[in-house]
Ligand binder design. Structure first.
Ligand code: SF4
Ligand code: SF4
Length: 320
């Protein structure tokens, strides 16, 4: 074999190796999970990453959750396949984008594959404090205005679901993330029992059953919607930001002490500075008269520990 032919052979081998590497890289699946602090983005990505590992795939996962404690954005990239070269998903390369919060989903849309990408988003809207600067009566937030109808028309394969509402129907508002895992499962080729075995490792003891129901709810919903697309909600309701005129509405806060983790988010971000942590480090309303009922504390609490009640005074009188 002369020198030239050796080089040719090497070059052909190099070409084949490069082609094989490219094919393996092309077989990589990219799943991007986004939301805000406390919603369970990291839990979803860990479940997916471990499931892929147990199925024999190479997995790379990267995440950013630095601002999570202040209600900031959280995202996680999960890439799996025969061989995965990088932990981050390039722009326009996500096969699936899972959004636990509507505006976060919209913010990450450029990462979705234009022709084949699957967009699965909770229509839940968590309004960041900077979008609520105008706290006058009837004021609207600066939150994104695009509705599911508008967004689903722009993506190759899109689903908008009220995972928060489904979770409440199941009696546990914390399982919205498992509902989205169920919805995701309908687009990946893994068996239900494998998903459920992994999910059981990540959820609190005693909540396995409700998480199984949540998983099946999300999975069944997406399968049904694929058959009957008209079933899908098309309008996400914009969270209202009107401050009720004084005297027309009674405002009260329900606080579930056991769910409060003393993180201090609500105390620091209440615009009227009317919350504090008590001696047991549980949040309480220290200045009821100053509370405008703006609901920021309810939206921002990562543990769903606060519910703001705004009862019209005339309704209260009727009830009495
Ligand atoms: S209620 Fe408790 S857990 Fe929720 S934001 Fe306030 S301090 Fe944090
Ligand atoms: S509802 Fe009341 S306590 Fe909660 S953030 Fe608004 S003003 Fe503060």
């Amino acid at each position: 074999m002369d020198k030239l032919s050796v080089q040719e052979t090497k070059s052909k081998k190099g070409g084949r190796a490069k082609k094989a590497k490219t094919q393996k890289a092309e077989m990589t699946k990219n799943v991007l999970i986004v939301g805000v602090g406390g919603q369970g983005v990291i839990m979803i990505s860990k479940v997916l990453a471990l499931l892929c590992q147990t199925q024999g795939y190479q997995v790379k996962q990267s995440e950013v959750h630095g601002m999570a404690k202040r209600g900031g954005g959280v995202f996680s990239h999960v890439r799996f396949g025969e061989e995965v070269w990088s932990p981050t998903i390039p722009m326009g390369e996500a096969d699936v984008l899972i959004a636990l919060e509507w505006a976060e989903g919209l913010r990450w849309l450029p990462h979705l594959k234009h022709d084949t990408g699957i967009f699965i988003a909770d229509t839940q809207q968590i309004v960041p404090p900077f979008a609520c600067r105008n706290r006058t009566a009837g004021a609207q937030t600066a939150y994104v205005k695009e509705t599911p109808t508008e967004i689903l028309e722009k993506v190759a394969d899109g689903y908008a679901l009220d995972a928060g509402g489904f979770a409440e129907e199941l009696g546990n508002s914390r399982v919205a993330n498992t509902i989205l895992l169920g919805a995701l499962s309908a687009s990946l080729d893994f068996a239900d029992e494998d998903w459920l075995n992994i999910i059981a490792k990540f959820v609190p003891k005693g909540s396995e059953k409700v998480n199984e129901q949540a998983f099946m709810k999300g999975r069944d919903w997406i399968i049904e919607v694929r058959e009957n697309p008209e079933e899908m909600p098309r309008e996400a309701t914009q969270p209202e930001m009107p401050i009720p005129p004084a005297g027309d509405v009674d405002i009260s806060l329900d606080i579930i002490d056991d769910w409060c983790k003393s993180c201090d988010i609500c105390v620091r971000l209440c615009p009227e500075r009317c919350l504090e942590l008590n001696e047991q480090q549980i949040v309480r309303l220290k200045k009821p008269d100053a509370c405008t009922g703006c609901r920021l504390c309810e939206w921002l609490c990562p543990d769903f520990a606060i519910t703001v009640n705004r009862t019209p005074v005339n309704k209260k009188k009727e009830a009495a």
